[in-house]
Design a protein around this ligand. Sequence first.
Ligand code: G4P
Length: 287
Amino acid sequence: MSEPINVQWFPGHMAKTRRLITESLPLIDGVVEILDARIPIASQNPELSKIINNKPRIILLNKADIADEKMNKLWIDYFKSQGIITLPVDCKTGKGLNGFTAQISNQLADRLEVFKKKGMTGRTLRLMVVGIPNVGKSSFINRMAKGGKAKVADRPGVTRGNQWFTIGKGIELMDTAGVLWPKFDDPIVGENLAFTGAVKDIVVDIQLLAPRLLEIINRDYPEMLKERYKIETGDFTGLELLSAIGKKRGMLISGGEIDYERAAMTVLDEFRGGKIGKITLESPPCK
Ligand code: G4P
């Protein structure tokens, strides 16, 4: 295996997001943290618990449809062992979201009890969505909003122009999501964010990125490469694999050379769209 490539990337806006979330905290009862099932470590902000000040949270392992099912199960067990309820979901089709409101009511039952004791009957539970760019925050909000439809207008006590969607009996979702950037010092984290497209391709050299991804798939899911591209797998470098794919797909430039840029973009696009197969790039930490 080669060394991870260096993703030059500046997380900007972190302070702004933190402020936005902190300001919204008094308005919310819980947080929906959306992670990418293919990279649950890289897509998680390790400071989230600190930022949300231990508000209850639920994890949605999104894009579960294009992640390795076996690994989804391991990740769910892992988060459960940390005491965090986690649901595998596909916010593109809505699969897995049926149980969401029931889970929330369950998890925040104590809070409802407190409201009742204070005589605040009818007080709804309010949730905020957070996650890194491209993880599926808008897809989730749009899906859930469809059910409840009614957009609740601003009202006393709910300031700053936040709009809320009723998404289930007594549950509302803030219509804007907190865009969180994970902090990373670890080059593997940067690379995984680039593979999935969370870090824009303009800041990465895709002709380095695609061969690295191919090396990893060749190591962990070789049969998928064989099946998708009809190439030999085994003891090859990432560049050799990319070259074989370019050749098979007839991606050539004048003089019969492989068009590496096109082949690299094809591999990345097909990985991101789940076309190579259901692939997870990160395993839960060992106990
Ligand atoms: P964001 O608000 O967090 O930035 O993410 P957004 O919902 O815009 O989703 C980013 C991309 O991920 C979209 O694809 C969306 O369709 C896709 N996506 C979201 N959730 C899922 C999921 O559970 N499974 C799969 N397979 N894809 C998901 P896009 O290419 O930008 O648009 P399009 O393909 O919908 O046209």
